[in-house]
Design a protein. Structure first.
Length: 202
């Protein structure tokens, strides 16, 4: 009976999507949420004060399978993300929207559903040098800046594109540095905000 239960459990675990890179999160609750959603190795930073042993683990992971930063979509999480990315610029990034990470007044990876975590990790991106093909004009097409609803719209489109929630300046920078195709930007923008009425004329 025990053998049967073990095989059943193992089969269930094999059904989880496999993430080859090492996922970096902030806390143990985040780690538990990620491991409940996917089959992955996880490194926990324990907040902003990353100790030397954790830095060594991250460096080793970066030289091996690579790292995927998956921190909370808030100021603290973005600060940790930037700190790690400065040391390891070839890392991958996964972003969870504030909507998916929110539980009451709390925002964190641990609050997200397994489905949201899987979607975010599958949309991971690598920052690289790309030609700046997006301008503020593109953001204005969908009222992604300069409007009372701009932040909410950026959150929705950032979720669809996998580039996270951020201010207009950072959103524009991510569109260019993550190499988001214009076609993908406009297809998602039209679907979310115009019903297909706005087209890219460039």
């Amino acid at each position: 009976m025990k053998s049967f239960m073990y095989l059943k459990k193992a089969k269930k675990q094999r059904m989880k999507p496999r993430i080859d890179k090492i996922v970096i999160v902030e806390g143990r609750d985040d780690e538990n949420a990620v491991k409940a959603a996917v089959d992955a190795e996880v490194i926990v930073t324990s907040g902003f004060s990353i100790n030397i042993n954790t830095w060594e683990l991250i460096e080793k992971a970066c030289k091996g399978p690579g790292i995927l930063i998956f921190t909370d979509p808030d100021y603290a999480g973005e600060s940790i993300r930037k700190r790690i990315a400065e040391r390891f610029p070839n890392c991958s990034h996964a972003y969870l929207s504030k909507e998916d990470a929110r539980k009451g007044s709390d925002i964190g990876i641990e609050n997200a559903t397994a489905e949201s975590i899987i979607t975010a990790l599958k949309k991971s991106v690598v920052i690289s040098k790309h030609e700046s093909i997006f301008t503020t004009e593109d953001l204005l097409r969908f009222d992604l800046m300069g409007s009372p609803m701009s932040a909410a719209k950026r959150d929705k489109l950032g979720r669809a594109l996998g580039i996270g929630s951020c201010n207009a300046k950072t959103f524009l920078a991510r569109l260019n540095s993550f190499g988001i195709p214009r076609e993908e930007f406009y297809r998602n923008g039209q679907a979310l905000f115009t019903g297909g009425g706005t087209r890219d004329n460039k």
